[in-house]
Design a protein around this ligand. Sequence first.
Ligand code: UDP
Length: 139
Amino acid sequence: MAENRTFTMLKPDAVEKGHIGGILEQINASGFRIVAMKLTQMTKHDAETFYAVHNERPFFGELVEFMTRGPIVAAVLEKENAVEDFRTLIGATNPAEAAEGTIRKKFATSVGENAVHGSDSEENAAIEAAFHFSGREMF
Ligand code: UDP
């Protein structure tokens, strides 16, 4: 994948609550260009694979259940310093600890149902983007 890209998912809680537009507006206003996007639903196998790094954690079962309960918006975003800047834009994992104005502060419900995913490294961004998109779906 090209440099300066990150991968995001608007999680089932955000989609259920009608926050797709609000979150995408904030992403655009923060200078990210959408280079791939789709509404999709993860299977149990998808979620277990995507979050495999967490499979020993106590919240793993709950996380898989949550991420598969409804559609998500998967997207690839481009901007200089995309991975780090997007993590700043979404805020801390726990919305109670997220900075004012961040996406999680505004739209998340709890540490589990926290509205949005953002890759934590360029390497993982490439892996996660490839999990959801083929090369010809990224522009
Ligand atoms: N999560 C959870 N309980 C926790 C920590 C994390 O349910 O105590 C979920 C939450 O949805 C989080 C995801 O697992 O976004 C991945 O956790 P990670 O620590 O990688 O946080 P992130 O990188 O998403 O901020």
